[in-house]
Ligand binder design. Structure first.
Ligand code: 13P
Length: 248
């Protein structure tokens, strides 16, 4: 049985004081709650937030990682550095990095492999653009991003991989995929993982939905068979909007 995995991607938001306060509120309010929780603050506040979530039931995530090891890579943050301060999981291939920064599937794959080889967990984000959905290519795009992102990832390593399906047209727009539309892609993703690995791996893989998820729509999305959690942006920036999703 897969339990819900609810993650807050804070993106480029908060300041240090707000980040610490939000983490403190979440530690208090999620104490003893049964789902899996992760928050991914901006890099510069990770260390401060790490002190707050230490020993709690909240996993500390980073929003990106370098594909390289320590060395001459200006502006990059390595797996070793992230592990050093208590980061356990990495969001990789977020659509804002794919489409704003221009990250390629090859680079995303390198980051996935680097994270796993260093003992870090991964949330691999995939999802189609509006034009791709309208052209009937949503499944094709997701399959390609899975094939590329998971290239070289072993069956054993898949227990450290979560997939986040985030249709790009639903991110920060207030437009959510209907539960039926989201379920249909989630079921397709699970089938595709079974094709790449086997049924057991597919059954055990957590597939999160992301894109304007909030308390008002989370229950019906999470009620779908293949939607195992959420990767939440806007609604994760305040305890009062994030906690109600966490405790569903
Ligand atoms: P919103 O919840 O703000 O739409 O963001 C979703 C997202 O991109 C999480 O990674």
């Amino acid at each position: 049985m897969r339990t819900h995995y609810i993650a807050g991607n804070w993106k480029m938001n908060t300041n240090k004081a707000d980040a610490v306060k939000l983490a403190q509120d979440l530690v208090k309010e999620l104490k003893g709650k049964k789902n899996t929780y992760m928050i991914a603050p901006p890099f510069v506040y990770l260390d401060a937030v790490a002190q707050v979530v230490k020993g709690s039931n909240i996993i500390l995530g980073a929003q990106d990682i370098a594909a390289n090891d320590n060395g001459a890579h200006t502006g990059e943050v390595s797996a070793d550095m992230l592990k050093d301060i208590g980061v356990q999981t990495i969001i990789i291939g977020h659509s804002e990095r794919r489409h704003e920064i221009g990250e390629s599937d090859m680079l995303i794959n390198a980051k996935v492999l680097k994270s796993l080889s260093k003992g870090l967990d991964v949330v691999l984000c995939i999802g189609e653009l509006l034009a791709e959905r309208e052209a009937g290519k949503a499944e094709q795009v997701c399959a390609f991003q899975l094939d590329a992102g998971l290239s070289g990832v072993t069956k054993e390593q898949m227990s450290h991989v979560t997939i986040a399906y985030e249709p790009v047209w639903a991110i920060g727009t207030g437009k959510t995929a209907t539960p039926a539309d989201a379920e249909s892609i989630h079921a397709f993703i699970r089938k595709h993982i079974a094709k790449l690995y086997d049924n057991k791996v597919a059954e055990n893989t957590i597939i999160q939905y992301g894109g304007s998820m909030k308390a008002a729509n989370a229950a019906e999305l999470l009620a779908e068979k293949d939607i195992d959690g959420g990767l939440i942006g806007g609604a994760a920036l305040k305890a009062e909007t994030f906690v109600p999703i966490c405790i569903l």
